[in-house]
Design a protein. Structure first.
Length: 201
């Protein structure tokens, strides 16, 4: 159960579930502290986003959450109408590969390995991690490139729509001015005819 500190604005929760940390470390797990931040609006969205991230992390097979501190959203500095919040997590990561997956999946703003004091990795493990990392980078690059292309297409379409709107508005103005000129011309002709009709013979 969560306990909340109203003075400091922090929700504390010990989430350790009979985990033998020493045993997990001997199995190759890493004990780490990481910070996950969220920026957005309104404040309720920011708090809800952190809860959703925590829910996903609790189901993640690459980690075991030991403790967390979640801070109340506060108005971000130099950002209008934006709020920021973060949570600090102490967890066990399933080796370097698991830690690497955690970094890519949750993009923590800060991460610190507490234990063990020394890390060992075989050549095959290092190659596996590096190749997986490169593969993920290529996927991100592909997604980024596709988004950039779609953005350019949308901008071009928007410009076409705006140009069409300007043309339509200009044509409408021309038509309106044309009608006005015809009306003025008709009024002038009528006035001349009336003046001519009133001249004495």
């Amino acid at each position: 159960m969560d306990t909340y500190c109203h003075d400091c604005g922090i929700a504390f929760r010990n989430m350790e579930e009979k985990v033998d940390v020493g045993e997990k470390l001997s199995e190759g797990y890493l004990k780490v502290i990481l910070i996950v931040e969220v920026l957005g609006r309104p404040a309720e969205y920011v708090a809800d986003a952190l809860k959703k991230i925590l829910t996903v992390m609790k189901r993640d097979k690459n980690l075991i959450i030991l403790e967390k501190k979640a801070y109340k959203p506060k108005r971000a500095k130099n950002a209008r109408d934006l709020f920021t919040s973060f949570m600090e997590l102490e967890l066990l990561a399933k080796g370097m590969r698991g830690l690497y997956e955690i970094c890519l999946d949750y993009m923590p703003s800060s991460i610190e390995i507490i234990e063990p004091s020394e890390l060992k990795m075989s050549l095959s493990q290092a190659n596996s991690v590096i190749n997986e990392f490169v593969g993920r980078l290529h996927k991100y690059t592909e997604v980024s490139t596709n988004l950039a292309s779609e953005n350019q297409i949308l901008k071009a379409k928007l410009q076409e729509v705006l140009r069409g709107r300007v043309i339509i508005e200009n044509e409408a103005l021309k038509t309106e001015f044309g009608k006005k000129e015809e009306e003025d011309s008709a009024d002038a002709s009528t006035g001349e005819e009336d003046g001519a009709a009133q001249k004495p013979k």
